[in-house]
Design a protein around this ligand. Structure first.
Ligand code: HEM
Length: 538
């Protein structure tokens, strides 16, 4: 239903491009009438009053007045690039997704972002980074909307407004812009201790990446793959950068935030511009789709937990190459709309309550941000597959739909049968059993373990990485005004590791509390752990 002139990278071509790129020889009004003078308003004499009949003035200023759209409520600051995903075919045994078949090549658009800062904030702040990929597959759009940290702050999406309210600047003074160094953030994460694991990753070197090109990416949730025979497998998605994982040190991050707040944006654009195309391998950890959806004692539906790679190695399934910069930041980077609900046949959601909330949230927020329900028609969001969705009209409709009967089945528009081709290539939700139970607002018992995995992460760190973590907690907490918030956070650190707690307490000039939870040394042994390490590629 949309224009058919779209290049493999999602760019408009031909007549569309000429119109949209404003490449004509003459300046015109939006109605195409040639303009004689765009520098002077129409006046009654050179010093006279401006005339109401000046349509060009009115149109030019009206459009300018409406150039801004709301920034994203989170992940407002980002930059992006076009590229291609080359499948190895190694996932074919576990999924029927066509873009994961051997040698399939799929155009992609990837947007990297910080989470908390506004659109104009600095790149090198301590924060989680978004890593969102849109695959324009022949079976429709698949979005992998991940982060550079494999776990999340909360286990249930109903808390998302709360953690974001706590992380965003204080409502009274609107500071800090883009960091976690403030009372509300530490208040939240010390009261909601499921946030401990994600916070520890943030305080590690992973919170200040050297470059978008040198970050891992994670789908975080467990997804369900289904193959051509209907057999299902649970998976976690991982992006592994060919350049390895590298971080800034804190002093570099602070200086860069002042000297070059666009450091990551510039780095990505310049690398692509000079032909140093960044690459990532996509990999999956696979788990049997058991009734309890647990693996080695780890709850696969709890997004605050990882599965260590020693227990489930990451298996490479394809290669992503970013090879083209956007030509218009607004049209591509600002207007792109990712959504965890954009799935293709062969990839399905699980019952992770965080994922369920996301599947509601993205469409909802984009309805406001992109001004009505027709944003899938924006060039960057258009699927490369044919669209026949029976959706009609609405604000900013650009398609001119044919036919008289926008419903199926109908006997008027050529008799297209209902569900034509449903058995061949349609997305069919995997008919998994839903566990029976009472309707309750309750989390499973396994969700109450908030400290064993943070401890595993801490124990896997080298001495210098531990020093950085201690320094990060000390710096951030020192900026809090509330003594009680600092003391409660020290109590959380004691439950991760007494030494971590003691060192931060010294830095803050406060006594170190004792642990209130048993310290559990979980597998794998620290010596073996690959958490936080670079994947040995090639
Ligand atoms: C945006 C990742 C949890 C709501 C984003 C973006 C990423 C992301 C990468 C930026 C997309 C872009 O570049 O345009 C994640 C991850 C999560 C998570 C990895 C947890 C595993 C949630 C939850 C909610 C949520 C639980 C709400 C219930 C949003 C919203 C946006 C957003 C509203 C802005 C989208 C837009 O304006 O287009 N998220 N998110 N996220 N996320 Fe999440």
């Amino acid at each position: 239903s949309g224009p058919e002139t779209v290049s493999p990278t999602g760019q408009p071509t031909g007549a569309d491009q000429a119109r949209m790129a404003q490449s004509g020889a003459y300046l015109t009004t939006a109605q195409g009438v040639r303009v004689h003078d765009s520098d002077h308003s129409l006046k009654a004499g050179p010093r006279g009053p401006v005339l109401l009949q000046d349509h060009h003035l009115r149109e030019k200023i009206m459009h300018f007045d409406h150039e801004r759209i709301p920034e994203r409520v989170v992940h407002a600051r980002g930059s992006a690039a076009h590229g291609v995903f080359q499948s190895y075919g190694t996932a074919q045994a576990v999924t029927k997704a066509a873009f994961l078949a051997r040698d399939a090549e799929t155009p992609v658009f990837v947007r990297f972002s910080t989470v908390l800062g506004s659109r104009g904030s600095a790149d090198t702040v301590r924060d989680t980074r978004g890593f969102a990929t849109k695959f324009y597959t022949e079976e429709g759009v698949f979005d992998l909307v991940g982060n550079n940290i494999p776990v999340f702050f909360i286990q249930d999406a109903i808390k998302f407004p709360d953690i974001i309210h706590a992380g965003k600047p204080h409502p009274d003074r609107e500071i800090p812009q883009a960091q976690s160094a403030h009372d509300t953030f530490w208040d939240f994460v010390s009261l909601h201790t499921e946030a401990t694991h994600h916070t520890l990753w943030n305080m590690s070197d992973r919170g200040i990446p050297r470059s978008y090109r040198m970050m891992e990416g994670f789908g975080v949730h467990t997804f369900r793959l289904v193959n051509a025979q209907g057999v299902t497998t649970l998976v976690k998605f991982h992006w592994k950068p060919k350049l390895g994982v590298h971080s800034l040190v804190w002093e570099e991050a602070q200086i860069l935030a002042g000297v070059d707040p666009d450091f990551h944006r510039r780095d990505l654009f310049d690398a692509i511009e000079c032909g140093a195309f960044p690459q990532w391998e996509l990999g999956i950890q696979t788990f049997p789709d058991t009734d309890d959806q647990m693996f080695e004692g780890i709850d696969l539906l709890d997004s605050t937990k990882i599965v260590p790679e020693e227990l489930a190695p990451v298996q490479p399934i394809g290669l992503l190459t970013l090879n083209a910069n956007p030509s218009n930041f607004f049209a591509e980077v600002e207007q792109v709309a990712f959504h965890t609900g954009h799935l293709v046949p062969g990839i399905d959601a699980t019952d992770d309550p965080l994922l369920a909330g996301r599947n509601f949230s993205y469409l909802d927020t984009q309805l406001t941000r992109l001004g009505g329900p027709n944003f899938p028609q924006l060039p960057i969001n258009r699927t490369h597959a044919p669209v026949n969705d029976m959706q009609r009209d609405g604000m900013h409709q650009t398609a001119v739909h044919r036919g008289v009967a926008p419903y199926k089945p109908n006997s008027l528009d050529g008799g297209c049968p209902f569900f034509a081709g449903a058995d061949a290539g349609a997305f069919i939700e995997v008919p998994v059993e839903v566990p029976a139970g009472r309707k309750v607002r309750e989390a499973p018992a396994s969700y109450s373990d908030h400290f064993s995995q943070p401890r595993m992460f801490w124990l896997s760190m080298t001495p210098v990485e531990r020093e950085h973590i201690i320094a990060a907690y000390t710096f951030e907490l020192a900026k809090c005004y509330e003594q009680a918030v600092k003391e409660r956070t020290l109590g959380v650190l004691a439950n991760i590791d007494p030494e971590l707690c003691a060192q931060v307490a010294v830095g803050l000039g406060l006594p170190a509390p004792a642990a209130t939870e048993p310290l559990v040394d979980v597998r794998p042994s620290p010596a073996l752990s690959q958490i936080g390490r670079t994947w040995p590629l090639d």
